[in-house]
Design a protein around this ligand. Structure first.
Ligand SMILES: *Cc1c(COP(=O)(O)O)cnc(C)c1O
Length: 358
């Protein structure tokens, strides 16, 4: 069977060269005589892979020396707990509630200290990012938590909050899709399954002077200082996942890095929204100013038509376009690995469906 265009929000499509390289090396990696999955994480053959993966990410994101990079387990969700456990020195943090994952992060934070939800768009089904200029941040907060791209609702922060406390960012669905000035953040974490690699893995980039203050109750495995000191290897890391992340980073570098892919991402998103704004059948759901470039959410306004569209698209090899179960409608997730041809084919199909169903 031929590969489809997979618009899944996550786990999502990986770049084909990444899969092909992994397949080629699956049984025997280089001259090691074994699969990456069979290597000791402490062996030179594996630590070479690990070191290159970290170095390539540092290079791609221009991560300064005073920031640590580690690969953790438990996806982004595990960090909803790790963030407060590591950073709540004064037991107080501000959270911006801009979507379902942001909400879950705040709820988890409440288990460990005082969480102030300083702004929320929950009442309006998260169709926008709250007005950052109207927020009163708490100057004594240990950090301000944001979810920079809201995967389910298809919104993104167009600027960062101006606050005294360090910004902690869940970048799961936007990391490496656009240039980020790492120095503006205290910590960035991202589940790998959208723009990096397989699920279960999480990348953490954290300013070095923020670590070392974890709560006594913080499980050792979640302690960022321990993980930094052990080079992500306090226990056996997800060796295979890190290897695939490394292949994705190599691929990204080969196509020109983040700056180049950002340009393509802007183009892909513009194709979708231009069509939606002129459509007689489909309508984009996120407020224009805050539209995500990674997750494009839209509806016809008729649940039966939505379902018919998702089904007909799948028959054309355009799969996983159904919106999140909490909002319905459609969502096209167009991460880095979605080629522009996939978006062109989707827009062409939407035009055809519109002509037949408007
Ligand atoms: C997907 C996603 C998560 C959850 O990631 P897991 O790997 O399932 O833990 C958290 N935050 C955002 C913004 C996401 O898109």
């Amino acid at each position: 069977m031929e590969r489809v265009y997979n618009f899944s929000p996550g786990p999502s499509q990986l770049a084909l060269p990444v899969l092909e390289k992994a397949q080629k090396d699956l049984v025997c990696y280089g001259d090691t005589g074994m699969s990456v999955m069979e290597m000791s994480h402490r062996s030179k053959m594996y630590t070479d892979i690990y070191d290159k993966t970290v170095a390539d990410l540092r290079d791609l994101m221009n991560i300064p020396e005073d920031y640590d990079v580690v690969f953790l387990q438990g996806g982004a969700t595990q960090q909803f707990s790790a963030v407060p456990l590591n950073l709540m020195v004064n037991k107080k943090a501000d959270y911006i509630d801009s979507g379902n994952f942001a909400h879950l992060a705040a709820e988890e934070g409440k288990r460990y200290g005082e969480v102030n939800v300083v702004a929320s768009s929950r009442e309006d089904v998260y169709t926008y990012i709250p007005d950052l200029d109207a927020i009163k941040f708490n100057d004594d907060a240990d950090y301000v938590h944001i979810t920079q791209n809201n995967t389910i609702y298809g919104t993104r922060f167009v600027e960062l909050p101006k606050c005294k406390a360090p910004i902690v960012c869940d970048a799961s669905s936007m990391i490496l899709s656009e240039e980020m000035d790492v120095t503006k953040y205290g910590a960035i974490y991202a589940g790998a399954q959208k723009n990096i690699g397989p699920s279960g893995l999480c990348v953490l980039i954290v300013k070095h002077d923020l670590i070392g203050h974890a709560m006594d109750i913080c499980p050792k495995l979640l302690n960022w200082q321990v993980q930094v000191e052990k080079g992500s290897m306090y226990n056996t890391p997800n060796t295979w996942g890190i290897y695939l992340a490394g292949l994705t980073f190599e691929w990204l570098k080969s196509i020109g890095g983040v700056k180049a892919v950002e340009k393509v991402n802007i183009e892909k998103a513009a194709m979708m929204y231009d069509f939606l704004d002129n459509s007689k059948l489909f309508k984009a759901t996120a407020q224009p100013k805050y539209r995500s470039r990674m997750n494009v959410t839209f509806v016809t306004g008729d649940a039966d038509k939505d379902a018919a569209f998702v089904k007909a698209a799948a028959a054309e090899g355009l799969v996983n376009l159904k919106g999140h179960r909490s909002v319905g409608g459609m969502r096209a997730s167009i991460y880095n690995a979605m080629p522009i041809e996939g978006v062109q084919k989707l827009v062409a199909f939407m035009k055809k469906f519109e002509a037949e169903n408007a």
